[in-house]
Design a protein around this ligand. Structure first.
Ligand code: PLP
Length: 416
C-alpha cells in the first residue's frame, strides 16, 4: 500500500479519499445523486447529528456519518479532501460558485460594527458585495493598494478609528487585470499584530489566479485560501463552482454557515471537478508555457505598446521580491495595451478567429476580453486609471491549444 503522505498532489488526484470497495469496485467514484442517506440504526442517526451539529466533538478517527446532501455527500467530501491536499490544509468546503464561497466567508466572520480591510482592485463581484451589502449590515470597510501592506496599512487601520474591531484582511493577488502583487506574509504580520485573545483577525486570500499550483497562501500565513473553481480548478469552462481551503475551527465555522445557507456544490459538479483535478497540473503548466511564448510574441509587435505579465519582472522592479517569494510560475494570464483606444481594441478583438471573445479565464480554450467595458466596467474611473484599466487594455487567458495557433490568430488580427 502506498502511503498518501509521500505522494505529490498530482498523484493523489486519482485516488485520495475514494474507497472502490464501497462502490462495487468501480475505479472511478460514481456520482451520488441522492438527497438523503439511510441510517443502519436510530442510535447511529442520533450520533451523526450530534457530530454534525457540533453538540459533541468527534472521537479520534470518527468520520462524520452521511446524513443529508446539504450537510454532506461522498462526491463533495472526496473532492474537498483532494483540494485540501493542494493547499496543505486540514480540509476544504466547496460551493455552488466562487461568489458563494466568498460571501459565505464574509457572512461568517464579519459582524455589525466590525472592520474589513481589503486590497483593491478585487474581482468585481467581491468589490460590489463589499461596497454595497456589507455597509448595509453595519460592517466598516477600508481599502488598501498593492504595495501598502506594511506600515501604510497599519497606519490606515489606526486612522480609521475601527482598529479595535478589525475582523478580516481580504486580498486577491495577483490583482486582476494588471498583475500587481500583494505580499501575503506582510498582511499576515498585520493580522497577527492586531489580533486579540478573543478576536483573531482572519487573513483570507482569493487564490483563483495562481492557485493551487503556483501560490500557497497558507504557507505565507493566510488562514483561508478561496477559489472561483469555475476557473483553473474546473478548467473546461463548463461549470460554476467555488471552494475554500482552511483548517480547524475556521473551516468548521465555514461549513456550518454553508449548511444553513445551503449553497454547497452539487454532486454532479463535484464529480466533474474531480475529473478536472486529475489534469489540473498538466493544464496549468501548458497554459503557463504557452503564455511565455505568447508574451514574447506580443512584446515584438509594433501594434502592442506594453504587456502586463509576471514573466516581465526583473531584479529591481517593485514586485520582484514578492514574486520570487510567493510564486513558482509566471502563470497563464497576460494583459496588454494595444496602440490606440477602444476602437482599435474592438477591431482587433472582432478579427480573432480561434481565440474566444468571452470573460472568465483558466479554461482549456484561450479567452480574451476588454476589461474597461466588460469585467471592470463598474470600477470608478479614477481607480480604473490608477490601475491601468484604460480603453487600450486587453486581457488574455492563455489556453492549452498549440502555441503556434494562438500566436497565428493574434498575428492575423493585429495585422491592419
Ligand atoms: C470569477 C472570479 C470570482 C467569482 O467566481 P464565480 O465562480 O464566478 O462565482 C471570484 N474571484 C476571482 C478572482 C474570479 O476570477
Amino acid at each position: 500500500m502506498i502511503s498518501h503522505d509521500t505522494l505529490h498532489p498530482e498523484s493523489l488526484m486519482m485516488s485520495l479519499g475514494y474507497k472502490p470497495h464501497l462502490s462495487e469496485g468501480s475505479i472511478k467514484c460514481p456520482i451520488f445523486m441522492t438527497s438523503t442517506f439511510v441510517f443502519n440504526t436510530a442510535e447511529e442517526g442520533k450520533r451523526f447529528f450530534e457530530v454534525a451539529y457540533g453538540l459533541s466533538a468527534p472521537k479520534p478517527d470518527e468520520e462524520l456519518g452521511l446524513i443529508y446532501s446539504r450537510i454532506n455527500n461522498p462526491n463533495l467530501e472526496i473532492l474537498e479532501e483532494r483540494l485540501a491536499a493542494w493547499d496543505g490544509t486540514e480540509g476544504a468546503a466547496t460551493f455552488i460558485s466562487g461568489m458563494a464561497a466568498i460571501t459565505t466567508v464574509f457572512l461568517e466572520f464579519l459582524k455589525p460594527g466590525d472592520l474589513l480591510v481589503y486590497s483593491e482592485p478585487l474581482y468585481g463581484g467581491t468589490e460590489h458585495y463589499i461596497n454595497t451589502y456589507l455597509p448595509s449590515i453595519g460592517v466598516h470597510t477600508l481599502a488598501f493598494r498593492p504595495g501598502e501592506e506594511g506600515d501604510v496599512l497599519r497606519q490606515k487601520i489606526q486612522e480609521s478609528g475601527y482598529a479595535e474591531r478589525l475582523a478580516m484582511i481580504y486580498t486577491e493577488t495577483p490583482a486582476n487585470p494588471t498583475g500587481d502583487l500583494v505580499d501575503i506574509e506582510k498582511c499576515s504580520r498585520v493580522a497577527k499584530a492586531l489580533s486579540k485573545q478573543d478576536k483573531k483577525v482572519i487573513l483570507a486570500v482569493d487564490n483563483t489566479y495562481m492557485g493551487p499550483l503556483w501560490q500557497k497562501p497558507i504557507k505565507h500565513g493566510a488562514d483561508i485560501s478561496l477559489y472561483s473553481a469555475t476557473k483553473y480548478l474546473g478548467g473546461h469552462s463548463d461549470i460554476i463552482a467555488g471552494a475554500v481551503c482552511a483548517s480547524g475551527e475556521i473551516l468548521q465555522r465555514i461549513k456550518v454557515q454553508r449548511t444553513f445557507l445551503g449553497n454547497m456544490l452539487s454532486p454532479f459538479s463535484a464529480w466533474l471537478m474531480m475529473r478536472s483535478l486529475e489534469t489540473l497540473a498538466l493544464r496549468m503548466e501548458k497554459s503557463a508555457s504557452n503564455a511565455e511564448r505568447v508574451n514574447a510574441f506580443l512584446l515584438n509587435q509594433a501594434q502592442v505598446e506594453k504587456t502586463y505579465f509576471l514573466g516581465n519582472l526583473k531584479v529591481g522592479d517593485k514586485d520582484y521580491e514578492v514574486f520570487k517569494k510567493q510564486y513558482t510560475s509566471t502563470g497563464g494570464m497576460i494583459s496588454f495595451d494595444i496602440k490606440g483606444g477602444e476602437k482599435e481594441a474592438f477591431s482587433f478583438l472582432n478579427k480573432l478567429k480561434m481565440i474566444k471573445l468571452a470573460v472568465s479565464l483558466g479554461g482549456t480554450e484561450s479567452l480574451i476580453q476588454h476589461p474597461q467595458t466588460m469585467t471592470h466596467c463598474s470600477i470608478p474611473q479614477e481607480l480604473a486609471e490608477a490601475i491601468n484599466i484604460t480603453p487600450k487594455l486587453i486581457r488574455l487567458s492563455v489556453g492549452v491549444e498549440h502555441p503556434d495557433d494562438i500566436i497565428a490568430d493574434l498575428a492575423q488580427a493585429l495585422a491592419e
